[in-house]
Ligand binder design. Structure first.
Ligand SMILES: Cc1cc2nc3c(=O)[nH]c(=O)nc-3n(C[C@H](O)[C@H](O)[C@H](O)COP(=O)(O)OP(=O)(O)OC[C@H]3O[C@@H](n4cnc5c(N)ncnc54)[C@H](O)[C@@H]3O)c2cc1C
Ligand SMILES: Cc1cc2nc3c(=O)[nH]c(=O)nc-3n(C[C@H](O)[C@H](O)[C@H](O)COP(=O)(O)O)c2cc1C
Length: 641
């Protein structure tokens, strides 16, 4: 492999010349205002990515129809939105990147967002038996179809008038256009349903109308599903034919994604997927069309370089890696691969609320305008206690501001619970973040002391100006009879190989760690069942849907018995007694694995309260959460100290 030279060759989409083969894929942000307008924060976000050296930025989806645009989603259904887009295009162009505007009608994807405003209906090609719940579904008539063709075309015209270099037609993931393409969601018997040609008709007509309105030289990329990732969904042979029809109708490139987002998990593949799960699908399409093909989905730089170099794919669409590190393209181009802060595909970025949203490895995501933090005034001597990711991240950011920081960790290595996560099968990539933080600490010259448990006495001896307590959390026990028996072990100990599981296993706890451990044991051929007090993945805050579905689907495929809404009442020497409905049953269990959450270790913080004038607590020691929360708290604290 000769570096990444293939990735940094120029390439064309229609008449549009791109400096390199890296494209930032469309990603909805939380930065739009309540009326669908661009904001300064959105400019900051895109400016950082454009400056980072990516060839083309595909914007987050812009919604083309007024009747399917909930608040806080970017709108392009009226000329009043053109000036905002124009400014965004300028911001991106100023940094040397090109810009393509993704055009979308939500359709069935509205159910993915979960929020459907009063009076808004969900337009679908057909009302099928899979459309469950009391949602306001509405089957589209001819008049709707004609209206939406025009909506797409007008939005494309606006994009062109605003100076955008291209548009991308969103026709994947279960949005309106995609539901026409898929046999699962399209059961129509008119000219828009049935054969592949008929199901492609809506997309083809939109494309033709866009070309009429915006000009035939204005590049249009179509983003298709290579697979719906579901029983009865579209096959790759059909996709290849759809791509050929769309090429014939004027598409300048085909981008391949997958999955119906509300039912499946392949669209945004989490850590549990192997690298590049959709690449083979994109390669098949590439063999059938003459226009460039863009592949996306968990593609690391070596794979990216290889498939471009071999001519199997023309461009690489990158999403989450550019959230994690906007400078990724520049760093690869300059031979600084080791400086990249790698996405760990944890999918915390998908769990978003308007104005919020975070990345587990990049606290500046969506807050780019606030970085870098200003120099400390005055610099202080700061002692950070706890070398988990919260403590490490805080130490780096404070040192960068000029504080004199020292970091103390009681165990023999940095990383805390993140090391346990990284020891889980499939999560090996998580270790990249601790490596990155370790290198950053080195670079900032932060002295790290390992193997020392910091006590109140030690703090008083050191006399720091401020103490940051980042002492994390430890696994919670279960307060039922028998829970302290020898055959009851913690999930963390099973993961770390400190506890063995023998015979039939019952896992208690149905959030991510419980699901992951049960799955891992089942994959080893062990007899395992799972008991959880709430629904699967539901105890407390909602789990991220893609990861949840990945795990739940595999548990179901492996036929792991899932006892949901079920209380574990007692643990005996050979069973777990459960309350199941109004009855009591015993599940045979030679080993019981507890995955019932964590509890904060805030002992030191309590001891120091009132003794030390300046004390901050961050991360899981405040309340057990996730990595994104831990590093965001670290950054917020580091900005104000
Ligand atoms: C198995 C597992 C899987 C997980 N998977 C995910 C995931 O996929 N996505 C996600 O977002 N989150 C995940 N998490 C949660 C995530 O790891 C934590 O939220 C995060 O690591 C918390 O970081 P922290 O620095 O606040 O605390 P910790 O990681 O607990 O670090 C605290 C550190 O402080 C040290 N310490 C404590 N007291 C002292 C003292 N007195 N002196 C010196 N040092 C001290 C401890 O040894 C520890 O190293 C997972 C957790 C586990 C256990
Ligand atoms: C936060 C987030 C928002 C996304 N929003 C969109 C979107 O609006 N339109 C779209 O076509 N894909 C969307 N995607 C999917 C990405 O474009 C991309 O196809 C996917 O993340 C796989 O690429 P990656 O593995 O490089 O992240 C989104 C992904 C993420 C993580």
């Amino acid at each position: 492999m000769q570096g990444f030279s293939a990735l940094f060759q120029p390439g064309n989409i229609g008449k549009l010349r791109l400096e390199n083969r890296l494209i930032m894929n469309a990603m909805g942000t939380v930065l739009v205002d309540g009326e669908g307008n661009v904001t300064e924060r959105m400019f900051d976000y895109y400016r950082a990515r454009a400056r980072g050296g990516v060839g083309l930025i595909v914007t987050q989806c812009a919604l083309v129809s007024a009747d399917a645009t909930p608040p806080f989603t970017w709108a392009m259904y009226d000329d009043k939105f053109t000036p905002g887009l124009s400014r965004l295009v300028e911001v991106i162009h100023e940094q040397g990147a090109k810009v393509s505007v993704q055009l979308m009608h939500y359709g069935l994807l509205l159910i993915f967002g979960g929020f459907i405003p009063e009076g808004m209906s969900i337009k679908v090609p057909s009302i099928t038996s899979w459309l469950v719940g009391d949602k306001p579904y509405e089957e589209m008539g001819e008049a709707d179809i004609e209206r939406y063709l025009e909506d797409f075309a007008q939005a494309a015209r606006r994009a062109k008038e605003a100076g955008a270099d291209a548009v991308e037609l969103h026709a994947c993931h279960g949005c309106l256009v995609s539901t026409f393409l898929s046999p699962v969601t399209n059961h129509r018997t008119d000219q828009y349903g049935g054969s592949v040609e008929n199901r492609t008709r809506f997309a083809r007509r939109i494309l033709e109308r866009i070309k009429q309105k915006a000009g035939k030289d204005f590049p249009v990329v179509v983003k298709l599903n290579g697979s719906d990732d579901i029983e009865g969904g579209i096959t790759i042979d059909e996709v290849v034919r759809q791509a050929a029809i769309l090429e014939e109708a004027g598409a300048d490139a085909i981008s391949i994604s997958s999955g119906l987002e509300f039912w499946t998990s392949l669209s945004i593949p989490c850590y549990a997927y192997p690298e590049g799960p959709m690449v083979p699908l994109a390669e098949k399409v590439k063999q059938a069309v003459r226009v460039p093909v863009i592949a996306a989905g968990k593609i690391g730089p070596e794979l990216a370089e290889q498939i471009i170099r071999n001519g199997k794919i023309d461009f690489i669409g990158m999403g989450r890696p550019l959230l994690a590190d906007p400078e990724l393209p520049n760093k690869l181009r300059e031979g600084r691969r080791e400086d990249v802060c790698w996405c760990v595909y944890c999918n915390n970025c998908i769990r978003v609320e308007p104005g919020q949203g975070s990345c587990s490895v990049n606290p500046s995501l969506y807050r780019e305008g606030k970085y870098p933090f200003p120099p400390a005034e005055p610099p202080k001597r700061v002692m950070v206690v706890g070398g988990g990711i919260a403590g490490m991240q805080a130490a780096v950011l404070m040192a960068q501001r000029g504080h004199q920081v020292s970091l103390y960790e009681k165990s023999a290595e940095l990383g805390g619970q993140w090391n346990i996560a990284a020891a889980q099968p499939g999560k090996e990539g998580y270790a990249a973040f601790t490596d990155y933080l370790r290198r950053s600490l080195d670079r900032c010259g932060v002295p790290v002391t390992l193997g020392i448990e910091v006590t109140k006495e030690r703090v008083l001896e050191m006399k720091p100006d401020a103490v940051v307590v980042a002492t994390g959390a430890v696994p919670r026990g279960l307060n039922i009879p028998g829970a302290s028996s020898n055959h009851v072990v913690q999930a963390n100990d099973v993961i770390m190989g400190k506890a063995e599981t023998k015979g039939s296993v019952v896992v208690i706890g149905g959030r991510f760690i419980g699901m992951e451990v049960a799955l891992w044991l089942a994959e080893q051929g062990k007899e395992v069942s799972l008991v959880t007090l709430a629904g699967l993945g539901e105890n407390g805050s909602k789990l991220e849907g893609m990861t949840y579905r990945t795990l739940a689907r595999r548990l179901i495929e492996l036929r792991v018995p899932l006892y949901v809404h079920t209380a574990a009442l007692e643990i005996t020497q050979s069973s777990v007694v459960i309350g199941w409905g109004a009855e009591v049953f015993s599940l045979p269990a030679a080993t019981v694995v507890l995955a019932v959450g964590a509890q904060s270790d805030n002992k030191l913080a309590q001891e120091l309260d009132g003794v030390i004038p300046e004390i901050y607590t961050i991360g899981d020691c405040v309340s057990p959460g996730d990595a994104a929360a831990a590093i965001y708290q670290a950054a917020r604290m580091a900005a104000k100290i």
